[in-house]
Design a protein. Structure first.
Length: 453
């Protein structure tokens, strides 16, 4: 406890870090305030049906990512997810289209062009989703729940549709801008932090709701709640191990003498993450699983049948089976574009390094690729297991709201962003020669695995 208090003091002694934390907190406050600002003309007291619709299923997941803004019919209702969807599309185009591949190799100028394209695509996606969301809100409200701008014009008018579509587009762009501000002037990982804040906002309600529901049960309800918390802690610890786990590859650097100075002659280690892809495989897979609801519109999501209904049932076997398989596949896919064994082998060769017992060049690349494949398999399987944990614990009687924190995108984002944020703070402390947040002074975050901030 003494060490923790001392660390807090050290944090506020560093002026730049103090300003960044305060700036981040102010942006977060604005974001949370905006999630309660209801769209013009919508009566917030008549949103019961909308809140009921988002109490579970895929729409409940969307509501969680938006921090409740979706069910509040807020100006931030569509949240940051359209931007993430646009980012995924641009990344996929970077794998298939030479033009985007060239932009990725152009450094800062290429990154600016890609960011600009991502913003334009975000506007297009929101422009397509906004009318579907407005239609859903209208269908969930009684006539008196929507106040016309002009009493002489029947609702909803063309002006109503156009104005509210523009408001939702502006809301998403403003959330995106806030995320970028946190990245530039705050403590970093802005987009990821925005998502995390939305998820954390639901945690107290879910926890207390589960607690009181267990208290009302007879025959060991409170004991079952304690068991739930114990299992949750174990899952969190295992998720931290998944995020931080690495395989260290020894690299020997040959001794070189240039003039009167000696270079090399030491052994170092290359840390290869067990889960180099971070949370991106789950986000990729989740974006695909959102397709049925997105294509038919939010208002028609409950009328789905057949295969479409099967793949919107988050507790169903086939939904979770396909979700699991997609995560394993996307883990390999994203790891392949994140880590390049050929480039690593080439860099080692240029710097006079080699792996003991392995020839430099092609053999080293093959060796690294083999290690990567071996550690990615268990990492991807465990990642898939964490993703479907909410459905598994839901079958055991845990409420949907609380079960969502047992795994899936929500838990991985929470763990990953918290570790990354602590790593950022620790780096500031160590640079100013203060003690870090841990005795070892090494908190390992996701690094570049989730490049959304």
């Amino acid at each position: 406890m003494k060490r923790f208090i001392e660390t807090i003091r050290n944090i506020f002694k560093i002026e730049e870090l103090r300003k960044r934390i305060i700036y981040t907190l102010l942006i977060v406050m604005i974001y949370r305030l905006g999630s309660y600002i209801v769209l013009p003309g919508i009566d917030p007291n008549m949103l019961t049906a909308l809140k009921s619709q988002t109490s579970g299923g895929l729409l409940g997941l969307l509501d969680m990512f938006s921090g409740g803004a979706f069910s509040n019919a807020s100006i931030f209702a569509l949240g940051i997810m359209p931007y993430i969807s646009a980012s995924i599309v641009i990344q996929l185009l970077g794998m298939a289209i030479p033009y985007f591949q060239r932009l990725q190799r152009e450094g800062e100028s290429g990154r600016r062009k890609i960011n600009q394209m991502t913003r334009y695509l975000t506007v297009i996606i929101v422009a397509l989703q906004a009318p579907a969301y407005i239609a859903n809100v209208i269908s969930r409200l009684p006539n008196e729940g929507i106040a016309p701008f002009d009493p002489n014009v029947a609702h909803p008018s063309v002006f109503f549709w156009v104005s509210h579509t523009i408001i939702l587009i502006a809301g998403t762009l403003f959330v995106m801008w806030m995320g970028e501000r946190i990245t530039d002037k705050g403590i970093g990982n802005g987009i990821s932090l925005i998502i995390m804040i939305g998820i954390i906002a639901r945690l107290p309600f879910a926890l207390f709701s589960e607690f009181f529901s267990r208290l009302e049960q007879k025959g060991g309800g409170l004991v079952f709640f304690v068991v739930e918390l114990a299992v949750l802690v174990i899952v969190i610890l295992l998720t931290i191990l998944l995020v931080q786990g690495t395989r260290r590859v020894p690299v020997q650097y040959a001794k070189r003498i240039v003039g009167n100075r000696q270079y090399g002659g030491v052994r170092q280690y290359i840390p290869i993450k067990v889960n180099a892809a971070g949370v991106m495989p789950i986000i990729f897979a989740q974006a695909i699983m959102f397709l049925p609801v997105t294509l038919v519109g939010f208002a028609n999501s409950e009328s789905l049948s057949g295969i479409a209904a099967t793949f919107t049932n988050m507790n169903g076997f086939w939904y979770n089976f396909v979700f699991f398989v997609l995560i394993v596949l996307f883990t390999y896919f994203y790891t392949a574009i994140t880590i390049n064994p050929n480039q690593m082998a080439e860099d080692m060769k240029k710097n006079g390094g080699f792996i003991p017992g392995v020839k430099p060049g092609k053999k080293t690349a093959e060796y690294l690729d083999n290690i990567l494949s071996k550690i990615t398999l268990p990492g991807s399987i465990f990642l898939g297991f964490v993703a479907i944990m909410p459905a598994l614990v839901g079958k055991m009687g845990v409420s949907h709201a609380f079960a969502s924190f047992y795994g899936g995108t929500s838990l991985l984002i929470l763990v990953g962003v918290v570790l990354d944020t602590l790593q950022q703070i620790e780096s500031y402390l160590l640079m100013r020669h203060y003690d870090g947040l841990t005795k070892s002074g090494r908190i390992k975050g996701r690094g570049a695995a989730m490049n959304m901030g």
